[in-house]
Design a binder for this molecule. Structure first.
Ligand code: 13P
Length: 250
């Protein structure tokens, strides 16, 4: 049984005030959900988020980490630093990092190795662009990104994969549940071919304009194990409804 996982990727949003307001409603002591819940604020808000989530069922993750362990790498944050702070999770290879920061499959693989070594729980993002989908290359691209990141790594059971079609991110367009399911099944089959991975034990999340109104239908698909939520995770009410759709309070 794969426990549903709902993660909020807050991207470059928030102030100390908004982090406090949001977590007051999302991270409530004594409240537990069938789904595992994780929030990923900006680096500068991690400590505050960790403090506010203490004693609740909500975990905290970062949106990226360095592929290096330590050294003269100005502006970088290592996986060890995140673990030392108290973070459990890290998002890697998000399409915005690939697009705006030129992250290659090789770099994502190196970051994954660093995260696994530090015993962080990594979420590796994959997904095709609109042009790639229209050219019939969606599966090829997703397979390349997956294999590029995961092959030859140890400890793959800890890895979560997030399928985020680039054309669905922040656009209001969502893959239909059937389209998403097809790709999730393809991803699980690919995981089965990657040595060291047990595909039935690994969680594959969907991301791209997930909101309260479409979450239940997506989560109803057999290979969709939860969501990586962007915009809707900044609205406590929306986010709570998405978490509820993934399994509801226990
Ligand atoms: P939106 O939910 O805003 O489309 O963002 C998805 C995403 O990129 C999550 O990582």
């Amino acid at each position: 049984m794969r426990r549903p996982l709902v993660m909020g990727n807050w991207k470059m949003h928030g102030t100390r005030g908004s982090v406090r307001r949001l977590l007051k409603e999302i991270a409530v002591a004594g409240e537990s959900q069938a789904a595992e819940v994780v929030v990923c604020p900006a680096f500068v808000h991690l400590q505050q988020a960790l403090n506010l989530c203490e004693g609740t069922a909500v975990s905290v993750g970062a949106q990226d980490c360095s592929h290096m362990t330590a050294g003269a790498f100005t502006g970088e944050v290592s996986a060890e630093m995140l673990l030392d702070l108290g973070c459990r999770w890290v998002i890697l290879g998000h399409s915005e990092r690939r697009q705006y920061h030129g992250e290659s499959d090789d770099l994502v693989a190196a970051k994954l190795a660093a995260a696994l070594q530090a015993r962080l729980l990594p979420v590796v993002c994959v997904g095709e662009t609109q042009e790639e989908r229209e050219a019939g290359e969606a599966e090829y691209v997703v397979s390349r990104q997956l294999r590029g990141a995961l092959e030859a790594q140890a400890g793959l059971q800890q890895v979560v994969v997030a399928y985020e079609p680039v054309w669905a991110i922040g656009t209001g367009l969502t893959a239909t549940p059937a389209e998403a399911q097809d790709m999730h099944a393809f991803i699980r089959a690919q995981l089965g071919e990657i040595a060291g991975a047990d595909p039935d034990a690994m969680r594959v999340l969907y991301g791209g304009s997930v909101k309260a109104a479409n979450a239940a239908e997506l989560f109803g698909q057999p290979d969709i194990d939860g969501a990586l939520v962007g915009g809707a995770s900044l609205d406590a009410n929306e986010f709570r409804q998405i978490v509820a759709a993934a399994g509801g309070p226990q």
